[in-house]
Write a protein that binds this ligand. Structure first.
Ligand code: SF4
Length: 409
């Protein structure tokens, strides 16, 4: 297998060489691929063919009974069919075309049935756009694809088998030996649980996947299992979208379905516009918070004003994290505004704004203690608290005017 440390340009399937003709690697025809062809031929009617890129093979009807050992036919794309091939002849012919045969074998037999897995693995190497020669040349150098925060590198062995390396995109340049190697895709269940700071990740598509690990050598089925473990259902929804079958459930219909403790969310939609849902989408679904591309809107006829993002995989309905946050906001937003009066200097007002920004953007940990230019600097925040809070923690010494101190919880 080629060294995935030296990989090709991301998101493209390009020839490994800059020459016009891609450098197609030498491929040995494995016996399991040849046996699979023989198996498939055994089930064919005389006029049926197994189609490989550039040629097809079948069984000649007349020869089948007459000569049991010389009844195979190989049909090049032109008008030059070769008939009466023995099994040995057929093997020699297919060995000369091992790249196309192993490509067929990988997708028809190893990967198998049509569906998300097959579409995903074909997408990785652009199997529906690039020729076998182009792909094998690119796979030899390593084809890279991004999926959320994953960097997937596909390669091909000298037997035409596909192998995949998966790591965090931020570890793309790290020597493999510096990363913790894993081989069981289910190990990812532990990787996805906590972020790099040890905090629980309630949203699996949040861009908080921790780094430092690598799955160096996975097969086609394993790489799919790994991706599904790290980003559940993302391949299935991506595939549905490509097939034009993504079943989107918009905000209103999703909230209408809520019951039990979440039933209260229905009361947030009062036919007074959808600005509140814009705020929810901006708070939760922005690319900085979630890698899915939001496809749901307010309802069938009303789009939100907030961009849905650029993620590879779509989001088809408000998720449980959004529903749970919306429940809280439904309570909070049912309060009536009050007017409070306290004095702030212009800098203090700006500092409060900077602090809200820093928390919302998750930048608190980046602000150094010595950097007192930052409004969200810890010493600046402590100074503001010391100056403006009374002993009860009231800003400006003004008590909070509320008749529901727990906000309904
Ligand atoms: S609802 Fe928003 S936060 Fe939840 S998965 Fe979809 S895009 Fe991400």
């Amino acid at each position: 297998m080629s060294d995935p440390e030296s990989v090709s340009d991301p998101e493209t399937v390009a020839a490994a060489e800059s020459d016009d003709e891609p450098a197609v690697p030498e491929i040995d025809l494995p016996s399991d691929a040849f046996d699979a062809v023989l198996d498939a031929l055994a089930g064919l009617a005389p006029d049926e063919r197994i189609r490989f890129e550039g040629f097809s093979v079948g069984v000649a009807g007349d020869d089948r009974a007459a000569d049991a050992d010389a009844h195979y036919v190989l049909e090049p794309a032109g008008d030059d069919p070769r008939t009466g091939l023995s099994e040995r002849d057929l093997h020699a012919a297919l060995a000369d075309r091992a790249a196309a045969v192993t490509d067929w074998y990988v997708f028809e037999r190893v990967v198998g049935e049509f569906g998300p897995r097959r579409a995903f693995l074909r997408w990785i190497e652009d199997a529906d756009g690039a020729t076998v020669a182009e792909r094998y040349a690119a796979l030899t150098a390593g084809i890279e694809r991004a999926w959320g925060q994953l960097r997937i590198t596909a390669t091909v062995t000298d037997r035409g088998e596909r192998r995949y390396e998966v790591r965090h995109e931020a570890d793309a340049g790290a020597p493999r030996g510096e990363l913790t190697a894993r081989d069981d895709p289910l190990d990812a269940r532990e990787i996805v649980k906590l972020d790099g700071k040890g905090r629980y990740r309630p949203l699996k598509t949040a861009p908080t996947l921790r780094r430092g690990w690598v799955f160096p050598d996975l097969g086609p089925r394993e790489v799919y299992e790994l991706v599904e473990t790290i980003y559940p259902a993302t391949v299935a929804n991506w595939h549905r979208e490509r097939e034009g079958e993504l079943d989107v459930s918009h905000w209103r219909e999703t909230m209408e379905r809520q019951s039990g403790i979440y039933g209260v969310i229905k009361t947030w939609d009062r036919g007074e516009g959808h600005e509140h849902v814009n705020w929810v989408a901006e708070a939760c679904c922005d690319d900085s918070q979630c890698l899915k591309r939001r496809e749901w809107e307010y309802d069938d006829e009303t789009d939100l004003d907030v961009d849905g993002g650029d993620g590879v995989f779509p989001c088809r309905e408000p998720c449980s994290v959004v529903v749970s946050a919306a429940r809280k906001w439904t309570r909070l937003e049912s309060e009536q505004p009050r007017t409070y009066e306290f004095d702030l200097t212009p800098s203090e007002k700006e500092q409060l704004e900077e602090m809200i920004d820093a928390v919302a953007d998750g930048r608190i940990d980046e602000i150094r203690e010595a950097d007192t230019k930052e409004g969200a600097n810890r010493y600046r925040a402590r100074f503001l608290r010391a100056k403006l809070f009374d002993d009860e923690g009231n800003l400006g010494g003004v008590p909070t005017d509320t008749d529901d101190p727990d906000n309904g919880e």
